[in-house]
Design a protein around this ligand. Structure first.
Ligand code: PLP
Length: 454
């Protein structure tokens, strides 16, 4: 029943002619093609030409449990046989989605008791914006329509979320951000104008939020969105205490605090959610990626009872709330999610990820002696090396040097996959199943890759 594999070069041609890839430049795709991945096991991927690669990025920071977890495959197959689809519309439900919502509410920060399932992170962010808008319209404060996020933040590429995302490529030619979407400076310790002192970085962020809210008028601001560690903006790790300070500032300013834990959730930074490390309870939280570890698509928005009750009371008791997707709470995704959560908690994966954190942090810190590395940073198994042309001046490479492409090619030759950001920063997010030996291999391949692009 398996279709025979096509030769790598035929796949390249079909790919170039027909498949549009996320984010990739159309012309760049036509020129360079893609590396076709065929199979995977544990921490390793194999491409269509038979080359093995240590995946130091867990797919797209999502395959937190590593590849080839048989129990997930079995659960998915079993659910497909029993009930491959069940709608959540018209008064129907399915056991996996109900149980997954309850389990998430149990594991999530205090008070996030209500769960709406999406297909990924972008539509979780989009759903959060829609529910927040509904909430303020329902509770008699319709002027609260402005949203604030962080420079370098990433909140997906839905037509609303792309405006909260603050990365130039997601705005250019897309007519976002809208006049209701605003940003404040990123708490970027390595390049913060106030310097890297933790207390100063935190104070600067709080002051920037207060100033932005004052400028707009608190009565017009709905919410502040942030990632506990900024991922796609270059793995920017704020100082401990930053998240709590921002949460408290939002409460003081009477705006909602939304934690986008699409990357940081599900043990990526250590605890099951990054919010737990600082005992932070957001008003809403968005998740995806590690929820199903990339085996099938799924995301969710979790909301506090206050938001839920506000929306509920804003309409006539039987009036529909016009927000819904065919695949919300898909039973196969939900069954996979339940099994993935079991693997994190009872299967030892959370503990293994936490155990590997110190070697990851010290291994990255040990690479700061390399002539290319300006900064090394991490939290849990989420990390980055920021490469610079001149360490003293923290000067970035000229785009003409094409550092990301050269890094990717050197990584490939050394059997290593990571994320090479446009500014030359290397992003790392190995699976939480990584052994001590695999961590050593990852770090040694990384050093060789850096030597190769010197
Ligand atoms: N929010 C954050 C913090 C993300 O990192 C991402 C994706 O990387 C998204 C939202 C969008 O998620 P998706 O790509 O599943 O739509």
């Amino acid at each position: 029943r398996q279709r025979p594999a096509l030769p790598a070069n035929s796949l390249q041609v079909l790919d170039r002619d027909h498949l549009i890839h996320p984010v990739m430049s159309f012309r760049g795709h036509e020129k360079h093609g893609v590396t076709v991945l065929q199979s995977a096991s544990g921490m390793f991927l194999r491409d269509a030409s038979g080359h093995d690669l240590l995946d130091a990025f867990a797919g797209l920071w999502c395959v937190n449990v590593g590849y080839g977890q048989e129990s997930i495959v079995e659960v998915a197959a079993e659910q497909m046989r029993r009930l491959p689809y069940a709608t959540g519309y018209f008064g129907f439900g399915s056991e996996p989605s109900i149980r997954l919502a309850a389990r998430l509410a149990e594991l999530a920060p205090e008070g996030l008791d209500h769960v709406y399932f999406t297909l990924g992170g972008s539509d979780a962010v989009d759903s959060a914006v829609r529910y927040i808008t509904h909430y303020f319209n329902s509770t008699g404060r319709p002027a609260k329509k402005h949203f604030i996020s962080l420079e370098r933040g990433y909140h997906g590429s839905s037509s609303t979320g792309a405006g909260l995302t603050a990365l130039p490529a997601f705005h250019a030619h897309f007519d976002v951000p809208t006049p209701r979407q605003h940003t404040i400076a990123s708490p970027y310790p390595y390049r913060n104008p106030v310097g890297g002192d933790p207390a100063a970085v935190i104070a600067a962020s709080v002051a920037a939020l207060e100033a932005k809210v004052a400028e707009l008028g608190a009565e017009t601001v709905a919410a502040f969105f942030c990632e506990p560690v900024q991922g796609s903006g270059g793995v920017i790790v704020p100082p401990p205490g930053w998240l709590k300070a921002m949460r408290e500032a939002c409460a003081r300013l009477d705006i909602l605090f939304v934690a986008d834990e699409v990357i940081t959730g599900f043990c990526r930074t250590g605890p099951i959610f990054a919010c737990h490390a600082e005992a932070v309870s957001p008003d809403l939280m968005t998740v995806a990626k590690g929820l199903t570890a990339g085996y099938v698509p799924m995301g969710a928005v979790l909301m506090s009872d206050r938001i839920y009750q506000g929306i509920a009371d804003g309409l006539a008791p039987e009036a529909p709330i016009g927000h819904g997707f065919t695949y919300s709470g898909h039973p196969v995704s939900a069954a996979v999610g339940l099994e993935v959560l079991r693997l994190y908690t009872e299967g030892g994966i959370l503990a293994n990820g936490e155990a590997r954190g110190p070697a990851f942090a010290s291994g990255l810190a040990g690479l700061v002696d390399h002539p290319l590395v300006g900064d090394a940073r991490s939290r849990g198994l989420l990390g980055a090396l920021e490469l610079v042309r001149d360490k003293a001046a923290k000067a970035r490479f000229d785009p003409a040097v094409e550092l990301p492409r050269r890094l990717f090619e050197a990584g490939y030759r050394n059997g290593l996959i990571f994320r090479a950001f446009a500014d030359g920063t290397i992003g790392l997010a190995p699976a939480l199943t990584c052994t001590a030996d695999e961590m050593e291999l990852l770090l040694s391949r990384l050093r060789r890759t850096l030597d190769d692009v010197l």
